[in-house]
Design a protein around this ligand. Structure first.
Ligand SMILES: Cc1cc2nc3c(=O)[nH]c(=O)nc-3n(C[C@H](O)[C@H](O)[C@H](O)COP(=O)(O)OP(=O)(O)OC[C@H]3O[C@@H](n4cnc5c(N)ncnc54)[C@H](O)[C@@H]3O)c2cc1C
Length: 463
């Protein structure tokens, strides 16, 4: 859209049958009923007013502020998130609360006073919360997401994800201090489109086509030729298997980085492929259930850090917008984190359904009879794994790719970077400026400064 507004045409090639990537909204039919679901819960948050204005211009009254209600389920008990002081104290009990405080003082002494280095994610969260609290939720949940021990997770993950959070900021919020500002994770309202987050991208798509640009879904590049300095040709296979060759001025691409390298002709040098070979992705499996029931819980989403529970998060789309399902009914979304080689990634929907139902029946959420349809969705390359080597490996790959002048690799999969929607949108905007202005911007400044990525106010709508 940014290019189109300036009179420059583009062609979008999308492998999936629908645009929007991980932030698309799926329409699921069940008889006469239609249910809408995002791929996992998507709240919109940004420090960038331009993005709020941009989306409001696309969606108008569909762009709505939603109160946040989220909880964690730990050791058989629910905890509101952001935490509430009295509830947490009551659930945890006096002795554990005391241990949390003592551990926190110990950690601050070690990491603050004696400057113990923070070399891993584990160091970072222990330094900011003390070991007892870190293990209670963050370490378990992160290990569930990444599938590796917290001591092998790069501290970049903590810097991006929970920067600005520490025992004090959580406590201040819990006792009602802090207001709207403060760490992103603690913000208690967010914007959400009436008919799902994917509406943002559907509208962008409509604008593009209306303005004479092309979008080809169910199509993918099969070869990307270059001369070492420039991308020269891209062969694209469409849904019928026909291959067409394009000679673009610029290629902006978001194919998972490790896969993109294998499309290049000639291939990158062996040391670049070797470096990329050690970059890993975490995949996700999602079970979507439509229910003959008014509601399950009041939550947008619930985290499940305990490892004896196989899924990591559940969400109820109706609590984002009542228009996500037919009146009087609801739906439930269950997320699993996995490597593609893990058994859950090859299970059938019946097997995954049988795996989760005992939990929901035990908690009184819903019975099998109340489930009217079951849908299994799988996605590879969802989370770039920030292990302790990732930054060195990524650096080698980027150094080489950056030598190709008219290539701009963007987004979560393209840059092997844990971005949210706002960061991916900003990368797209910067990519268009690079093309229009004929200069380079450092796309990694987006979301890299702790301040920028994690903190900031919720902007109000323009008047
Ligand atoms: C469970 C979950 C919850 C999330 N929650 C939030 C949230 O609350 N708030 C938030 O802001 N963000 C959230 N996100 C993140 C958000 O979805 C992503 O940041 C955003 O979608 C990334 O956009 P992208 O364009 O960078 O990458 P993607 O969404 O991955 O898009 C990449 C696109 O490239 C296409 N592609 C890949 N390979 C090829 C190929 N070979 N040929 C052609 N096309 C190809 C893909 O099909 C896809 O359409 C969440 C993500 C997940 C998975």
């Amino acid at each position: 859209m940014e290019l189109s507004r300036k009179g420059r045409n583009s062609i979008v090639i999308e492998k999936d049958g629908q645009i929007g990537g991980l932030a698309k909204t799926l329409r699921i039919k069940n008889g006469d009923d239609e249910y809408l679901t995002d791929i996992g819960p998507h709240r919109f948050f940004s420090k960038n007013q331009y993005l709020y204005d941009f989306i409001e211009d696309l969606l108008h009254e569909e762009w709505r502020l939603v109160p946040r209600q989220t909880r964690q389920f730990i050791d058989g008990k629910f905890y509101d998130y952001p935490v509430k002081a009295m509830q947490t104290f009551k659930n945890i009990g006096f002795w554990k609360s005391l241990r949390i405080m003592i551990d926190y003082v110990r950690a601050r002494t070690a990491y603050g006073l004696f400057k113990k280095p923070m070399e891993t994610f584990e160091d970072y969260v222990v330094a900011n919360f003390g070991r007892t609290l870190a293990e209670f939720s963050m370490i378990n949940y992160s290990e569930k997401i990444w599938g590796i021990p917290a001591a092998q997770i790069h501290p970049d993950w903590a810097r991006q994800r929970i920067s600005g959070l520490n025992l004090w900021s959580v406590f201040a919020k819990a006792i009602g201090l802090g207001g709207k500002k403060g760490p992103k994770s603690l913000v208690d309202q967010f914007y959400y489109p009436q008919f799902g987050t994917g509406r943002i991208y559907e509208e962008i798509g409509k604008h593009l086509v209306d303005e004479g640009n092309e979008i080809h879904v169910a199509s993918e590049p099969v070869a990307v030729r270059h001369d070492g300095k420039r991308i020269t040709e891209v062969d694209v296979k469409d849904k019928d298997g026909n291959v067409r060759t394009y000679r673009p001025d610029h290629l902006v691409e978001s194919v998972p980085l490790t896969r993109f390298l294998h499309l290049l002709d000639p291939p990158p040098p062996p040391e670049v492929l070797e470096a990329a070979g050690g970059l890993k992705w975490r995949a996700q499996v999602y079970l979507f259930l439509t229910l003959e029931k008014e509601t399950v819980t009041p939550d947008n989403w619930i985290y499940f850090p305990n490892k004896d529970i196989p899924f990591g998060r559940t969400s109820e789309m109706k609590n984002f917008s009542k228009d996500m399902c037919p009146p009087g009914k609801t739906s439930f979304f269950v997320e699993f984190f996995a490597f593609e080689e893990e058994p859950i990634y090859s299970m059938s929907k019946e097997e995954v359904f049988d795996l989760v139902m005992p939990y929901f029946e035990e908690w009184g959420y819903f019975t099998r009879d109340e489930v009217s349809s079951v849908h299994l969705i799988k996605r590879p390359c969802v989370y770039p794994v920030y292990d302790l080597e990732y930054d060195v490996r990524l650096g080698k790959v980027r150094d080489w790719l950056d030598g190709i002048e008219n290539l701009i690799y963007v987004g979560r999969p393209g840059r092997f970077r844990y971005t949210n929607q706002d960061h991916s949108l900003e990368m797209g905007i910067l990519a268009s400026r690079m093309i229009l202005e004929g200069r380079k911007y450092d796309l990694d400044t987006i979301g890299s400064e702790n301040e920028y990525f994690e903190k900031g106010p919720i902007y109000e709508k323009r008047i």
